[in-house]
Design a protein around this ligand. Structure first.
Ligand SMILES: Cc1cc2nc3c(=O)[nH]c(=O)nc-3n(C[C@H](O)[C@H](O)[C@H](O)COP(=O)(O)OP(=O)(O)OC[C@H]3O[C@@H](n4cnc5c(N)ncnc54)[C@H](O)[C@@H]3O)c2cc1C
Ligand SMILES: NC(=O)c1ccc[n+]([C@@H]2O[C@H](COP(=O)([O-])OP(=O)(O)OC[C@H]3O[C@@H](n4cnc5c(N)ncnc54)[C@H](O)[C@@H]3O)[C@@H](O)[C@H]2O)c1
Length: 467
């Protein structure tokens, strides 16, 4: 007899879903959490960052419309925005999520979990046994090795999303997703923001994405410095932080935010005890089973496949279900697109950057598709020319792109940049996952006058089938 069928380590969105989906299939599950039930996403990432962004987006949207513009004079009420943000984190209390765990029939074990043998998890000196263990420990920020940086006590994304004040001047190192979103959040709240990006902004997306976002940030008064390489940081006794760049220039600010990526949280998990190299990226199969084991799973940020809440929860649904199937001796559907396989991780990961303009992309960029050896043709369209977009905002600016696999005649990538494009994305995700032939997409008629009409314009750019 074991204490549980399943122990999940980490009660972020992913761990909660692994436990929930397994429990619904009759598995006795416990979840171990070292901090707050709900994880990074609920308290220091997705929720607070989106709450910080929303009010600024709403004001700018109103200012783009004649008639509405006249009604929204003045600056944002920063303290009201911070208070609204705090309400979305339940004031950093997890009572609500703990109550949900109870209602779902999942036991909560508070403390830091560590593997101490196959199917064994030790928390604060007490060891629990289980037939399966799932790691959902998330990720931790990476601090670059810049002389003086650590001593200057910079903000990470935790400190920025939980901020109780708005610094007069904010420097951000890192032009990725977090840096870009938080630049918008803090410029809207009244900070003078400088973004230091060693390459272009959001440079894993189509090249026009970073160009649009950088131009829009500049309009908001953000000093975006591309190709900027920080070589030294210090903070003086008055609190002013100085970042020295490789070209000898200096940037002064009252606060410094470092958002230079994250790595899987696998340290001190006891992986070595069960024969797994703790320094290597965890290898998992399509059911999230860790290579070389028949009892250990890893889902969400910790497996490094896609550091996004929705994609981790997708993996969690597959993992929770497959753990139950295997424990009950039921058949496993791990073939591509089977119920127990996270196939979309490979070809259809949706990504939204909540900047202004928003960025929404799914599948491969053109460069990624070509890099994988696909024969593709890409088409682009100026979103500002779509009637629905013109109505949506005066002077609407944006761009859209489809990447089509010419051998299969299906869409393999889509990117939109423009105000309020996030909600366009799911249509593209369905087209990719459903492998809808491009000739059939001509029969999916976008309503007039919506921004979705860009789909028709993209198809026209691609060419109408003759048969
Ligand atoms: C600023 C920011 C904004 C973001 N915004 C978005 C967004 O808008 N949309 C989106 O999809 N993604 C967003 N992300 C990414 C998202 O936060 C992560 O992908 C998501 O939180 C991953 O969920 P997870 O459950 O794998 O890990 P986490 O949410 O990190 O949860 C892991 C949990 O495990 C616990 N834990 C770790 N080790 C142990 C241990 N040994 N024992 C017990 N407990 C342990 C931790 O305390 C934590 O509660 C954002 C990230 C950042 C940094
Ligand atoms: N809306 C969302 O879905 C959302 C929002 C925020 C964060 N996230 C997730 O959280 C994770 C972390 O976000 P992030 O922005 O920190 O990571 P990221 O990987 O998106 O960007 C990191 C940036 O830092 C730069 N960088 C890395 N090392 C550097 C160094 N030594 N000096 C200067 N620049 C350096 C990189 O070039 C890159 O531009 C991401 O994987 C992202 O998916 C998602």
């Amino acid at each position: 007899m074991t204490d549980y069928d399943l122990i999940v380590i980490g009660a972020g969105p992913v761990g909660e879903n692994v436990a929930d989906y397994a429990t619904k299939r009759g598995v006795r599950a416990a979840i171990v959490e070292a901090e707050l039930v709900g994880g990074e996403c609920s308290y220091w990432a997705c929720m607070p960052s989106k709450a910080l962004l929303r009010s600024g987006h709403a004001i700018r949207a109103a200012r783009r419309l004649a008639g509405a513009r006249e009604a929204v004079g003045g600056a944002l009420d920063a303290s009201a925005v911070l208070a609204r943000r705090s309400s979305f984190t339940d004031q950093w209390r997890d009572d609500g999520q703990v109550a949900w765990l109870e209602s779902a029939g999942i036991d909560l074990i508070r403390g830091r979990g560590r593997l101490t043998g196959p199917g064994q998890v030790t928390v604060d000196g007490r060891t629990y046994s289980a037939r399966a263990v799932a790691l959902a420990t998330g990720s931790v920020p990476v601090l670059p090795d810049i002389p003086g940086l650590a001593a200057a006590a910079p903000w990470g994304t935790r400190e920025a999303t939980a901020a109780d004040h708005v610094p007069e001047r904010l420097t951000i190192i890192g032009g990725g997703v977090a840096g870009t979103e938080l630049a918008y959040a803090f410029t809207s709240l009244g900070s003078r923001v400088t973004v230091l990006s060693r390459a272009g902004l959001l440079d894993r997306e189509e090249p026009f994405v970073g160009e649009h976002v950088a131009a829009a940030l500049a309009v908001e008064g953000v000093d975006v410095r591309l190709g900027a390489v920080p070589v030294r940081v210090d903070r003086d006794p008055h609190g002013t932080v100085r970042v020295v760049l490789a070209d000898g220039t200096e940037v002064l600010a009252d606060e410094l935010l470092v958002s230079t990526g994250r790595r899987p949280s696998t340290g001190d998990l006891g992986l070595d005890v069960v024969g797994i190299d703790p320094g290597a990226v965890l290898k998992v199969d399509e059911t999230m089973l860790v290579a070389g084991t028949d009892w250990l799973y890893a889902a969400g940020d910790v497996n490094g496949r896609a550091l996004l809440t929705h994609q981790g929860k997708y993996q969690a649904r597959a993992a929770g279900e497959v753990i139950a199937a295997r424990l009950h001796g039921h058949p496993v559907a791990d073939q591509p697109w089977g119920a127990h396989a996270a196939t979309a991780d490979e070809v259809a990961v949706p990504r939204v950057v909540f900047s202004d303009p928003e960025v929404a992309a799914v599948g491969f960029t053109e460069a990624q598709a070509r890099g994988r050896g696909l024969t593709v043709r890409a088409v682009e369209y100026d979103l500002g020319q779509v009637a629905g977009a013109k109505l949506h905002a005066d002077g609407y600016s944006g761009r859209a792109k489809l990447v089509v696999d010419e051998d299969r005649g299906v869409v393999v990538g889509a990117t939109f940049v423009g105000q309020d494009v996030a909600e366009l994305l799911h249509a593209a995700t369905i087209a990719i996952v459903g492998e809808v032939p491009v000739h059939r997409l001509w029969h999916a008629v976008p309503a007039y006058p919506t921004i979705s009409e860009v789909w028709l314009r993209l198809l026209e750019a691609y060419g109408r089938p003759t048969a």
